[in-house]
Design a protein around this ligand. Structure first.
Ligand code: ATP
Ligand code: RBF
Length: 331
């Protein structure tokens, strides 16, 4: 049973239905990315001033992802567990329940799901779902079914209309819904500003700084090499302007610092595997073992193979200048 409370987070995370804090107000869904649409679904379960009883604002999701369970294929995520918990905490969610998705659960009828999970295990006093939510065996239950079934137990259900965007996306002319897959597509093409608009916040990487080959310092640009969760979805390879903060430590010199980041194989130094490295502007010190949050703000260029380290060094200097100009304009 993961409990990330010790990880500096106040959200109670459990995958044991015996350890759920009840009664709950629940939002149901996958919530990968915790994007603007997800945020709207979560809004109705947050504390209302009129609440007299202690009701836990709770997000319910399934582990593994139902698609992963049925296909056997692992998926990368916009928000791996640790990051999802942090985003939910920022919204005011107090509990994340990861319901084990297995054969028994997938076989429950909509009626059984409401009775056994929503009523008995979660003791839900209120439910919120997105308009396209389906539940029960073969995804046979609709949001309308949920409303009807929950009404038998006097549980109100909010059905939240799908959030849309106003961006002009050539591939999605008629479909303006914000979705996890649209954000993934946008990140794959390096359109970070658009992805950030769809998310309602910057796309973020959270990782621990590990040792590399001690090469960066020899060209005047030390870079913190980030170890990320294995299931983290990476955007297009290349160089980005980023904001960097240390997680869990109120070290003010490491809060919201500007930086440049490279995601790539480093062809100039004959790199053989992809790395994620960040150079902080106007900062020096030791970052090893620190946990950093990197917010991606602008895609600057694709990775290139340079003839020598001098040429790479000049380009990184130009990247720093471009990032500085960008941040001076937006700040
Ligand atoms: N401005 C800075 N930005 C990033 N790291 C810095 C900075 N200043 C000092 N450092 C420190 O230097 C380390 C990186 O040094 P350097 O790039 O030489 O070696 P490395 O960790 O082996 O990485 P590389 O893969 O680049 O060789 C960082 O992990 C951090 O502790
Ligand atoms: C801002 C930035 C841009 C980079 N661009 C490239 C690049 O275009 N090609 C490359 O081979 N390596 C690039 N690197 C990685 C570079 O090879 C690596 O940091 C050093 O070799 C030290 O490991 C970049 C690194 C940073 C921080």
């Amino acid at each position: 049973m993961p409990n990330l409370s010790q990880n500096g987070c106040s959200v109670w995370v459990t995958s044991s239905t015996e350890l759920i804090q009840t009664p709950t107000a629940v939002a149901l869904g996958k919530f990968d990315g915790v994007h603007r649409g997800h945020q709207r679904v979560i809004q109705p379960i947050l504390h209302k001033s009129a609440d007299t009883e202690r009701i836990y604002p709770t997000v319910i999701t399934f582990l593994p992802h139902p698609q992963e369970f049925f296909t056997g294929k692992t998926r990368t995520l916009l928000t791996p567990l640790d990051e999802k918990v942090r985003q939910l905490e920022l919204l005011g969610v107090e509990q994340l329940v990861l319901i084990p998705f297995n054969k028994e659960l997938s076989a429950l009828t909509p009626e059984q799901f409401v009775e056994q999970i929503i009523v008995e295990k979660l003791q839900a006093s209120r439910i919120s779902v997105g308009q396209d939510f389906c539940f029960g065996s073969n995804r046979s239950g609709t949001t309308r079914d949920l409303q009807v079934l929950a009404a038998k137990y006097d549980i109100p259900v909010t059905i939240v209309p799908l959030e849309t965007h106003e961006d002009d996306l050539p591939l999605q002319k008629d479909d303006t819904r914000i979705s996890t897959s649209l954000i993934r597509q946008t990140l794959e093409t390096g359109n970070i500003e658009q992805a950030n608009r769809l998310l309602g916040r910057p796309y973020t990487l959270i990782g621990t700084v590990v040792k590399g080959q001690q090469l960066g310092r020899t060209i005047g640009f030390p870079t913190a090499n980030l170890q990320l969760p294995e299931d983290k979805f990476l955007p297009q390879k290349g160089v980005y302007a980023v904001r960097v903060s240390e997680i869990n430590q109120p070290d003010t010199t490491l809060t919201n610092r500007w930086g440049v980041m490279n995601i790539g194989n480093r062809p100039t130094v004959n790199g053989t595997y992809p790395t994620v490295e960040v150079h902080l502007l106007d900062w020096s010190g030791d970052l090893y073992n620190k946990k950093l949050q990197i917010q991606l703000e602008k895609f600057l260029r694709s990775e290139q193979k340079f003839d020598n380290l001098e040429a790479l060094k000049s380009q990184i200097q130009l990247d720093c200048n471009t990032a500085r100009k960008f941040f001076n304009r937006v700040c």
